[in-house]
Structure formats: C-alpha cells, structure tokens
Design a protein around this ligand. Structure first.
Ligand code: SF4
Ligand code: MG
Length: 329
C-alpha cells in the first residue's frame, strides 16, 4: 500500500543576513504503516528540522524551499496553518525530549487526556475518562484509575514520558514523530520507553519517525534507518544492513561507535572532526574533510543517492562513473 509518510526532495532554508543557509538540501524517505524509521546523525545534521517540516512547524526565518511532504498520499506541506494545526495532534502525534513540554503542569494528566480525547472523538466525559484510564494502562502506568488524577510533577521522568505517549495516542494518529524521546531520561528507563513506543506502533499500525543521535536506540528499535549528514541523507536502508554493513564512510564511523542502550551515548564523537556549520558546508561531498576515503571527485562533485543492488547510499565510492563522463559518453 502507499506509505503513511512520503518526503520527496525536501529543501528547507533559513534566510539570514549573511545569506541563505540550506538546512535540508534534498531529503527523501518514506515510512510505512506500523514501521519505525530511525533518523540518526550528529547534532546539526537536520534531523529535527526534517521532523519540524513534516509537522508544519518551520518558523521564519526558516522556510520550506522545495519538495513535497505527503501524508497517506495527500500533500500536507502546502496547507493553510489552520488546517495543519488540525493535522498536528490528530493525524500526527508528537513526542519530544522533555515530557514537560507536552504536559501542562496546572492540570492533572486525566484532565489533559480527557480533553484531548474529547477534541478528537465523540466520546462523553465519562467515556473519555474510561478511555484515558485504558490508555494509561496500555502505556504501563501502574494503578491508572488512581494515577489519572495526579499532576505531571507527581510522576517520574520515565512515567511522564509514558503519559506523553498516551497523550499522543489519544487521537489514534497515523504518524508519530518522536524527537530524542529518551535523551532526557535515566539510562535505566530509556530502553523501556523505546520498546513501548515500538510495540504500540506495531499494535496501532502507527508509522513512527524516531529522531535520535543515539545509534544504540536505532539499532534496537528501528525497522529502517536514515543516516543524515549536513542536511542530506547519506544512507538509508533496513536497520540490519545499515547497522551491520554500513556502506557510507560516515555511517561506518557511526556504527563503529554504537553505544549500547545501557552505555555511553557520547561515543559518536569518535569520528574525527565535526559536522560543518550550515554557513560553511564544503563543496562536493559535505563529509569530505572528515572522510578517510576522500578522493578528488569528492571535493568537487556532490554525490547523489545510488543503489547498486543494495539500499541507497550517497557516496562516490559506490558510483564509479562520474556524471560528467556519463553525460558526454
Ligand atoms: Fe567519502 Fe567521497 Fe564518499 Fe563523501 S563521496 S563519503 S568524501 S568517499
Ligand atoms: Mg535535534
């Protein structure tokens, strides 16, 4: 069937006094029903900006400069803000790093769940409360009939993120965007939240875009993974292939630095050098200053994604015929 989410050649720019910065420069991917797509890369790679574009929250001076975003086959990147607001929360759920950004400290979790459920369904107040209790039970909150009347601050960080997941599920969204959903949590509860998200996605048929800098989280959760670098997708494919046999030199660096869910997430920094600033993206392959395999072509010609028998990878090592030579052949 058609994917829940299709992103095609997405371009996002930020207009600054020093010129136009290309934050996302031609990103394409899709996510199917019940599938988890992990979007991974170092900070600044454009993971969160991609997520924000999907939910229509690129604020000026940012703007979508090209491409298409389709939700179940219908474009959503060109909708009026009012219509996009209805899609957020209803058809697209969101889970952010800090659960407190999604919860209002002044209301009990029950009040927030009931209000959200009633916004999106025709359930009565008592029906919505019953549904809220069921959802809290489903996300693993113990004694939900009692905890439903607690305030957000009365929950631990992990339990609070479970409440946020329940809140995201209220409207039975087609897509959930989870941006670093476990980064702020104790390492001991990160795995539980990740497995919960994956399980619920499967059971509800929800497509999940899981944005994280943590390869360990991706390896344990995602069905497919998109590795982003400097606003582009370097490599995208089934998690087993990309994690066990990464093709792109950057992905190889990342995978060589897989932290376990119970380990040290800072090990990504093992790749020497750092992501270029948007104002200083090098010509050719943006990874070339850090790449141990870089050759002449890498410094002048930007690699496009190719798949030679395997999943797509944007690296000249896998595309031996220069485009110029092809054109003149
Ligand atoms: Fe390295 Fe060149 Fe491939 Fe870029 S295109 S990753 S610089 S080999
Ligand atoms: Mg981010």
């Amino acid at each position: 069937g058609q994917p829940v989410l299709s992103v095609r050649d997405l371009r996002v720019e930020f207009v600054t006094r020093r010129g136009i910065l290309k934050a996302i420069d031609g990103v394409s991917f899709h996510i199917d029903r019940g599938e988890v797509l992990g979007v991974v890369g170092e900070s600044g790679a454009g993971k969160s900006v991609t997520g924000s574009a999907v939910i229509g929250l690129i604020d000026p001076p940012g703007r979508i400069a090209g491409g298409e975003i389709l939700l179940n086959g219908k474009r959503i990147d060109n909708l009026p803000p009012e219509e996009m607001r209805r899609i957020r929360g209803k058809r697209i759920g969101m889970i952010f790093q800090d659960p407190l950004t999604s919860l209002n400290p002044l209301y009990t979790v029950g009040e927030q769940l009931v209000e959200t459920i009633r916004t999106h369904t025709s359930l009565s107040a008592s029906g919505a409360r019953k549904r809220a209790i069921d959802l809290l039970a489903e996300v693993g909150i113990p004694a939900p009939e009692r905890r439903i009347d607690s305030y957000p601050h009365e929950f631990s960080g992990g339990m609070r993120q479970r409440v946020v997941i329940a809140l995201a599920l209220c409207a039975e969204p087609e897509l959930i965007i989870a941006d670093e959903p476990t980064t702020a949590l104790d390492v001991s509860v990160q795995a539980q939240i990740i497995f919960l998200l994956k399980k619920l996605g499967r059971e509800h048929g929800t497509a999940i875009m899981l944005v994280t800098h943590d390869m360990g989280v991706i390896a344990e959760t995602a069905d497919r993974v998109a590795v982003m670098y400097a606003g582009r997708v370097a490599e995208i494919g089934p998690v087993r292939e990309v994690v066990q046999q990464p093709l792109h030199p950057y992905a190889q660096g990342l995978m060589g630095a897989i932290p376990s869910l119970h380990g040290d997430a800072q090990r990504l920094a093992q790749i020497p050098g750092s992501m270029p600033r948007l104002s200083a993206i090098p010509p050719g392959c943006s990874f070339n200053p850090r790449c141990p395999f870089a050759f002449d072509r890498c410094r002048t010609e930007r690699p496009e994604a190719v798949s030679r028998g395997k999943h797509p990878v944007a690296c000249h090592l896998y595309d031996p015929v220069p485009a110029a030579a092809e054109a003149h052949a």
